[in-house]
Design a protein around this ligand. Structure first.
Ligand SMILES: Nc1ncnc2c1ncn2[C@@H]1O[C@H](COP(=O)(O)OP(=O)(O)OP(=O)(O)O)[C@@H](O)[C@H]1O
Ligand SMILES: [Mg+2]
Length: 264
């Protein structure tokens, strides 16, 4: 079942030139793709290729220039779909965990906030916090800690727990593990795979790191200069057509480059 569908999505930003002439630049250019229920899709691309802009368009944080974004067949950018409904269905985890966590709040309060906002009738809310922490690999002792008493990896786990608290159908990760060391990255990717099996959200995993994308995702789309230039289910250099995808693949230094491949 298709949850999210992007149809010919374009976002142009105005560029001011000399002599007052106003030109436009497409940060996202005619992008189409879908995410099915329970699927994990990676969006891979170099800096400035339009990945975050695309995420912002899905979260209605930016206006579309043209195209459509549908959630369960409903237009996300229509006035009928309000922000609360959108955030109940789609959550986003950013790269900078510190900016996502209030420095004066304890982990327990951070997790209680979305529970109270989205499930006001929920009893046993503290138990729910413990469950969420357990899901992201942290024990009860973290409940009373504030963000400055957590490592970068632990902060990101709390951000993921906060997103999960809403019980969303889709989570967008925008370079969420990019600033962590490789060991923490691998352990969070394994955790995300386990969470997907246990709880079942779909993922849109935005990254410049092809290795992480392959580790986590069923499918990957390569974004280059605002466009999706290729989409794959598995990876093999011979089947990559776009020079940028080939370059990405060649610069990987990991050991699962083999595997059955189907370009789609
Ligand atoms: N508000 C804005 N006004 C004008 N241009 C913008 C705006 N936001 C983004 N851009 C431009 O759109 C392009 C795509 O930016 P975007 O942040 O989506 O890239 P990205 O792929 O997420 O990069 P990174 O990997 O570095 O996060 C860039 O050229 C950027 O300068
Ligand atoms: Mg970005």
């Amino acid at each position: 079942m298709t949850l999210l569908e992007l149809k010919n999505v374009t976002k142009e930003y105005p560029l001011r030139r000399r002599r007052g002439q106003l030109k436009k630049k497409a940060a996202v250019n005619n992008v189409s793709f879908t995410i099915a229920k329970g699927e994990s899709v990676a969006l891979v691309g170099e800096s400035g290729s339009g990945k975050s802009t695309l995420a912002k368009l899905i979260m209605k944080m930016e206006k579309l220039t043209s195209g459509q974004i549908l959630w369960n067949g409903h237009n996300i950018h229509s006035k009928q779909l309000n922000a609360l409904t959108l955030y109940k269905n789609i959550q986003m985890v950013l790269q900078d965990s510190s900016s996502s966590l209030h420095p004066r709040m304890r982990v327990e309060e951070i997790l209680l906030e979305p529970i109270h906002n989205f499930f006001p009738d929920k009893k046993n809310d503290v138990e729910e916090c413990l469950k969420l922490l357990h899901l992201v690999g942290l024990d009860a002792s973290y409940m009373k800690r504030s963000p400055n008493q957590l490592s970068g990896g632990q902060k990101q786990r709390v951000c993921i727990a906060k997103a999960l608290a809403v019980q969303p159908e889709l989570i967008i990760f925008d370079e969420s593990i990019a600033s962590l060391d490789r060991y923490s990255q691998v352990s969070i990717l394994e955790m995300l795979k386990r969470i997907q099996k246990q709880v079942g959200p779909s993922y849109l995993f935005i990254t410049h790191d092809l290795e992480s994308a392959i580790q986590l995702c069923d499918r990957a789309a390569v974004m280059y200069q605002g466009e999706i230039v290729e989409t794959f289910t598995h990876w093999e250099r011979e089947l990559l057509r776009h020079p940028y995808s080939k370059l990405l693949f060649d610069t990987m230094d990991f050991d699962h480059k083999e595997g059955k491949v189907a370009a789609i």
